[in-house]
Design a protein around this ligand. Structure first.
Ligand code: ZN
Length: 618
């Protein structure tokens, strides 16, 4: 393994001798949590120069405008004189007659510090954001630090990170110099730059081999609560299971995991989750989580990111292959890129024995319940294609709910059609053999390709009705085929702020109930003008206390239909929170819960299909 890495490093060093863009990130002389970056260019291809930071990066499906975090930008010619420029928008600078442009310098602010103030711009999802905390941690999502010039995206970058000698950078990249004070990397093009995050901290990392792959896990735990070694056992088990599930669909020889735990006196961020890259993933979770919960989240989330190596990282449409950072075009197929990936992240756990049958079914049941917060008649392909815009962007998170269920139903459909011989994984495997890293498919031809690789025209019927069409997918019918029934139960009428009380969260800074923005408001909340982003401080003067939640719930159970109620809330007002009261008459609402159960007496055909579904065996 070491040998492979060394030879790769050498090859990259040869590339560096060709014309490259030398980019230096200075983590030594950091002032006011701003990092200086300089970029030195080979000869310009034209005098009309456009320099950009990305508006969007692959995998985030949102417009984040990374140029917002740049200040003090200067453009120099080869004699060291400053050149005039025009700032076109947050992300783009234009220069005329700049054929002698040779250097750009600027300062980078981080996005983590801005997350809590969303008055001017929606927050960047933390795992694709940047954090600069002098002496503690530098989360370098490269797209937030490094820009590109139009028509020069294919020029190699030589990245030099000047670092404190006692800092270590977790990354999948191979350092080509021996110095303790610099790390040098060569990247083939700008896409490779944005595919390669780095996290610099005081060293806390482990490396190990699992499933035939070299892994590095670097951890930043601000209070020192956790060490990287704490997570090794679980991670190792997960990776072995995952590599076995994927077989020849994944060829990774190495993978880097950057785990940033948020807590202590660090920035108050809330975008927990992870972002995928070919050879790494950046993960952000709260440090307050217990170890078991972090282990479970690593199994769910890191596996999800690793499954992305199948698609969209390897197998994808032209929109992703020729990604336009300045004016991104979206694909129609988030049902496969995100939904199929999330399905894999659950299916491998049951097939490889990390969870049991009932736990798997419970997860599917939760996805059905969560999917009800979204518009079930909005065609998934239309939502996907337009996901950067309203009203589609608010439906994005349904990719993890309905998207998963679409992949599951297609899996069952295929198994039924093929007498258990073929499932969703087999279809994706065949698709990845037909296309791949350097051969994108045409976005609107995907369904025909899927018919070709499976040999089943019925796949197109499924697609036309439930993925590209507006028909809700009949989950009960598909689950019935694998011997699963849905049991419905009505609760007695309850008083609450959202339809499904299970989706209530808690903000420990404000001591208030907070709700997921995708949750549906209860009829009462709607009637008093409550907004889903409001937080609940008190009800009829009874304050929310996380240690005595049961007392609060008991009080709500005494409330009768039509009774006058006063709710004290915090409402977001241009970044600050206003305390307000809302009053109205209580409306009690029934909640219908659906529980998925394996049938007590499934038919032999159902049982056979169920076994093929849950084991992946033919
Ligand atoms: Zn994903």
């Amino acid at each position: 393994m070491r040998k492979t890495a060394l030879s790769l490093g050498l090859f990259a060093a040869f590339l560096a001798n060709a014309q490259s863009i030398k980019t230096t990130i200075d983590l030594v002389n950091v002032k006011d949590d701003k990092v200086a970056v300089t970029m030195e260019f080979p000869k310009m291809k034209s005098g009309d120069v456009k320099f950009h930071f990305p508006k969007t990066v692959p995998g985030t499906y949102s417009e984040d405008d990374y140029g917002r975090f740049i200040e003090g930008i200067k453009f120099y010619d080869n004699k060291g004189s400053e050149l005039k420029y025009t700032k076109v928008n947050d992300n783009t600078y234009a220069l005329k007659n700049a054929q002698n442009l040779s250097k750009i310098s600027y300062l980078v602010n981080d996005s983590f510090d801005e997350e809590t103030d969303t008055s001017k711009h929606k927050a960047v999802f933390s795992p694709s954001g940047t954090d600069i905390e002098q002496g503690k941690v530098y989360m370098i999502n490269t797209h937030g630090f490094i820009g590109y010039i139009d028509n020069m995206q294919d020029v190699p970058y030589q990245l030099v990170v000047q670092k404190p000698t006692d800092f270590y950078g977790t990354t999948a990249l191979v350092d080509q110099d021996k110095s303790e004070s610099t790390d040098t990397f060569t990247l083939a093009n700008y896409a490779k730059v944005t595919d390669s995050p780095l996290m610099y901290t005081k060293p806390d990392y482990i490396t190990f081999n699992a499933g035939g792959m070299e892994l590095v896990l670097g951890v930043y735990s601000p209070t020192g609560k956790y060490k990287a070694a704490d997570f090794k056992e679980n991670l190792e088990k997960m990776v072995i299971a995952q590599k076995k599930f994927l077989g020849d669909m994944n060829t990774n020889k190495k993978y880097a995991i950057m785990l940033y735990l948020s807590g202590g006196d660090g920035p108050k961020i809330k975008g927990f989750g992870a972002l995928e890259h070919h050879e790494s993933t950046s993960v952000v979770l709260p440090e307050m989580m217990p170890k078991d919960a972090i282990d479970k989240t690593i199994t769910d989330v890191v596996s999800h990111e690793f499954f992305h190596t199948v698609n969209p990282l390897k197998t994808h449409s032209e929109e992703i292959h020729y990604f336009d950072y300045a004016d991104p075009k979206m694909s129609q197929h988030l049902w496969m890129y995100e939904g199929g990936t999330e399905y894999f992240a659950n299916l491998f756990q049951i097939q490889e024995g990390l969870i049991n049958k009932d736990e798997f079914l419970q997860r599917i049941g939760e996805k059905i319940a969560n999917s009800k917060n979204y518009d079930d008649t909005m065609p998934f392909t239309v939502m996907s294609k337009n996901v950067l815009k309203a009203p589609y962007k608010d439906q994005y998170r349904n990719v993890y709910e309905k998207g998963t269920l679409l992949a599951m139903c297609l899996d069952i459909e295929l198994r039924k059609l093929s007498n258990g011989e073929m499932g969703y994984r087999d279809m994706i495997r065949k698709l990845s053999q037909r296309f791949g890293e350097n051969k994108p498919f045409k976005d609107d031809k995907l369904i025909d390709e899927l018919v070709t690789v499976t040999g089943y025209p019925q796949v197109k019927d499924f697609y036309t009705k439930y993925i590209a069409g507006n028909q809700p997918t009949p989950y009960a019918d598909y689950l019935n085929m694998v011997g699963v029934e849905i049991q419905k139960q009505d609760s007695r009428p309850i008083f609450w702020f959202i339809k499904n009380p299970n989706q209530t969260g808690f903000d420990d800074k404000n001591n208030a109930f907070a709700f997921d923005e995708s949750s549906a408001l209860s009829p009462f909340a709607k009637s008093i003008g409550f907004k889903i982003t409001d937080q609940v401080l008190a009800l009829d003067g009874k304050t929310v206390d996380i240690k005595n939640v049961q007392d609060f719930i008991s009080y709500t159970q005494t409330i009768k239909d039509g009774q006058n109620v006063t709710v004290t809330i915090l409402r977001d007002n241009a970044g600050k929170k206003d305390k307000m009261t809302l009053t109205g008459k209580a409306i009690l609402d029934k909640m219908t819960t659906e529980t998925l159960k394996f049938k007590a007496n499934p038919s032999p055909a159902e049982l056979k299909l169920q076994s093929q579904w849950l084991t992946g065996k033919k």
